[in-house]
Design a protein around this ligand. Structure first.
Ligand code: FES
Length: 570
């Protein structure tokens, strides 16, 4: 096929001279005459510690590209470190996707290897590549090695929630809490629980965008380097074959991703990310599909936050392919991977090596593991809950609402000894959706009131229009749409209203008639707390972000523009 980069480099005119000469700097002339130019979109950054090792990974990708006759071009792109970036990394996911998309399109490249790891990085890279639609393949940076503290496994994120609750409950000293920091984060890589980073790597492989068998390889494992080198070679072949995302990603690919998401017990954040990626490809994926497809899928992976093990254990036990082999009949046999072969082709050779970590189909950890979609007069456009991370007894629940108008309101009152709350209360936090905060922060798993923790309460029903960290757990209803700041009925609930959660019936309601709800005014404290940025990205974001049920992308970024660049500058 005609190389896209020839538009810059081919010919002997002045423009071709400029494009070649500035790039050569010691590189022989033939590097820019008919050889595929492969960008390595690298999210390595010291401020994204989960991805800091990716520059080392990029070196192996480069080796592979060169071996296959291509020319590697490293392209640093916006990187989002989940633990550092404020107010929430999700505010910047679409910006990262937009900036990467534009840089892929603006530069003389024929294909791209996408290096991601921390939560938002693989989603933003895939959204970008889908909208430019040049050959693209992902290398996931891989999880950290297992942590242990006082002889027990310590999972990133999940351990923090647990240990901090123990401190609040007076069961762990502050010194020991601090000591656990370096026990938890003990190597390069992203969080090693089944959080969003692990989920998105595994789901991206089920989607077909990673060479099967690579996702979940620990960051410190030599096999990740080897995989990076082989993927570098593959990227050159992808260009020769013209295998762009739109040529092989289909609704069936997303079906497989949803099956994988359920079988691994993955993060709820995957819902918004997969919806956004599908939106870039023009694939008709809906939030209903997650419930419809995922509902029949058994939970097979026993990983924290809901379970016991960590990502290194999953890799040792056989990895994603061993999991998918158990549910092969639920997968779309036609859906292709980046290699040109169907995903199901890779499953027969897979094997489970540790049934404590990966269960066989006949004895799943849970029969129906998918994410449940709830609707009702509290969530006309839907809300989701991950039953696998919830307390079974709370999945059918009726309780009095305790409403917080903002995250600040929550922090101010939650530990008030006079707070009128008991174990049956339903805590509601609003103003945390895409527009309201802005950026839909991971605050839905509100910490429980200290006085209830002291009584031994460890879970309560919580409802929020925000997201939840993939490393968190609990009976949490999240992604309520429309959000309060977009006029959703969540804005009208008051403390003391009766809330009914019926996961089996897929309902979320407040016991109020439509007339009673319509007669209510939103609370002033809530509307005053909504974000009202005056300029910059936040202004653009609040004006254009869509709701969680369609992926929280910006309205003008949905879809693709292709790789054409009609004008040149010289
Ligand atoms: Fe980066 Fe968890 S903070 S993956």
């Amino acid at each position: 096929m005609e190389l896209r980069s020839n538009q810059w480099y081919a010919g002997e005119d002045r423009n071709a001279y400029i494009h070649r000469a500035w790039m050569r700097r010691g590189v022989p002339d033939d590097a820019f005459r008919g050889r595929p130019q492969i960008a390595i979109a690298n999210t390595a950054s010291d401020l994204t510690p989960c991805n800091a090792h990716l520059t080392g990974v990029a070196q192996f990708v480069k080796n592979g590209i060169l071996e296959a006759g291509g020319v590697p071009q490293e392209l640093p792109v916006v990187s989002l470190g989940e633990t550092n970036v404020r107010p929430t990394a999700m505010l910047w996911r679409n910006m990262a996707a937009m900036s990467t998309e534009e840089m892929l399109r603006a530069n003389p490249i024929d294909g791209v290897v996408l290096l991601g790891g921390c939560d938002k990085t693989i989603p933003s890279l895939l959204m970008a590549a889908a909208s430019v639609d040049i050959p693209a393949v992902v290398i996931p940076g891989g999880p950290m090695l297992n942590g242990t503290f006082r002889g027990a496994p310590l999972g990133c994120g999940t351990g923090v929630w647990k240990l901090s609750e123990e401190v609040r409950a007076g069961k762990l000293s502050q010194d020991d809490f601090t000591r656990s920091e370096s026990a938890m984060i003990r190597s390069a890589g992203h969080c090693n629980t089944m959080g969003t980073a692990s989920t998105m790597a595994l789901v991206a492989e089920a989607l077909g965008t990673i060479v099967p068998g690579i996702a979940g390889t620990p960051a410190a494992d030599a096999r990740l380097s080897e995989a990076a080198q082989l993927t570098g070679r593959l990227a050159v072949d992808l260009v020769k074959d013209g295998r762009t995302p739109s040529t092989f990603l289909t609704k069936g690919s997303f079906h497989n991703a949803i099956v994988a998401l359920a079988a691994i017990g993955g993060s709820t954040n995957a819902v918004v990310h997969l919806l956004a990626i599908a939106g870039r490809l023009g694939i008709d994926l809906t939030v209903e599909d997650f419930d419809r497809i995922g509902a029949r899928v058994p939970l097979l992976v026993d990983l924290q936050p809901a379970g016991r093990h960590l990502m290194e254990d999953l890799f040792r036990a056989g990895g994603l392919l061993a999991v998918l082999r158990e549910v092969k009949d639920l997968l779309d046999p036609e859906a292709l991977t980046i290699t040109g072969r169907p995903l199901v082709d890779y499953l027969d050779a897979a094997e489970i090596f540790d049934r404590e970590v990966i269960s066989v189909r006949e004895s799943p950890l849970q029969a129906d593991a998918g994410i449940a979609l709830l609707r009702g007069n509290l969530a006309p456009d839907g809300a989701i809950i991950k039953p696998a991370a919830a307390t079974p007894d709370l999945l059918q629940h009726r309780g009095r609402a305790l409403v917080f108008d903002s995250i600040e309101d929550f922090h101010e009152r939650i530990d008030d000894p006079e707070l009128d709350v008991d174990a049956d209360s339903v805590m509601i936090l609003r103003g945390c959706g895409p527009k309201g905060y802005p950026g839909m922060p991971e605050v839905s798993n509100m910490p429980l009131p200290t006085k209830l923790l002291e009584q031994g309460v460890r879970d309560m029903v919580r409802i929020c229009d925000g997201r939840m960290s993939g490393t968190a757990y609990g009976t949490v209803v999240l992604h309520v749409a429309p959000e309060a700041a977009a006029g959703g009925p969540l804005a009208l609930v008051r403390t003391g209203d009766w809330i009914v959660l019926d996961v089996a019936g897929r309902r979320l309601d407040v016991e109020l008639s439509a007339e009673e709800l319509a007669a209510r005014e939103p609370s002033a404290a809530m509307t005053e707390a909504f974000a009202n940025p005056q300029r910059g990205w936040e202004r653009l974001y609040v004006d254009h972000v869509q709701q969680a049920d369609t992926g929280a992308d910006l309205d003008f970024l949905v879809g693709a523009s292709g790789s054409e660049v009609p004008r040149e500058s010289h």
